[in-house]
Design a binder for this molecule. Sequence first.
Ligand SMILES: C[S@@+](CC[C@H](N)C(=O)[O-])C[C@H]1O[C@@H](n2cnc3c(N)ncnc32)[C@H](O)[C@@H]1O
Length: 228
Amino acid sequence: MSWGAGIAGVSSRSMARNRGNKKGATGRRRDVSAPSFWEQLYNRGKTGWDLGQPTPVLKKWLSGHRGKGEKVCILGAGNGYDAVAFAKAGYDVVAVDFAPTPLRYLSDLAHKSKLPIEVVAQDMFYLPKKWNGRFDLIFEYTTYCAIDPRRRNEYVALIKRLLNQQGRLVALFFPMDQDPTVGPPYGVSYDEIAQRFGRHFIIASEEWPELSVASRRLRELFVVMDRR
Ligand SMILES: C[S@@+](CC[C@H](N)C(=O)[O-])C[C@H]1O[C@@H](n2cnc3c(N)ncnc32)[C@H](O)[C@@H]1O
C-alpha cells in the first residue's frame, strides 16, 4: 500500500521488497527529516498524499465548529488546503512546512485570498520555545506518517508544548493498515495512538469517517483529543 499514486514513485511491490531494510527502491536510505527529500517529491509531482482540496472529513468537522479567531497550527502543511479551510471557517492559522515549493504555493494562496494565514518556513522540530502554549488547536493530517517513526514521541511532545492548557488536537491518522517501519507513509495503529498520545491527551471522540476519500476509506481514523 502507498499514497494512492505511490510516494516517490515506489510501487507497493517494491515497497514490500524493501521491507526490513527501510530503504527506498533506489537502495538509498530515505532521509525524510531533510527538506530536500520532500522538495524533490513536490518538484517531480510525486505527491500522492495531496488531495488538491481539504478532505471532506475536515470540511464536515469545520461545518460544526466555526472559529472565532482561535489560533490553529498546521504542522507539515504542504500545499495548505487544510490551512485555507480553517481560515475560511474563522480561525487564525499558522502553517508550518520546510519544503520551499509548497511554502511558495501556500504563501501565494494566502496572499490572494487575504485570509488570516501566517506561513512559516521552518523545521517544525525546531520551533522556538516562545511558541509554547501559543495554539488552541493543532490539526494533523499525513504528517505523523511522513516523519521518521523514531521521532514520533518528539512529535507528540512538540504538539503538546505548542498547545495551551485547554488545547485540542484534531487528527486524521493515516494509514491505519500499513507497516509502521516502512514508508513514508509509515503505518499507524490504534494501540500506538492510544499509548503514545494517551499519556499527554484525553481522547474526546474517535471515528472511522464515512466521508474519507474513497482510496482512504477505513484506512484513516479521525480522533479529537484534549490536552491533559
Ligand atoms: C506527506 S506531506 C503532507 C502535507 C499536508 N499535511 C497534506 O495533507 O497535504 C508531509 C509534509 O510535511 C512536511 N514536513 C516533513 N517533515 C517536516 C519537518 N520536520 N518540518 C516541517 N515540515 C515537515 C513536508 O515538507 C511535507 O510538505
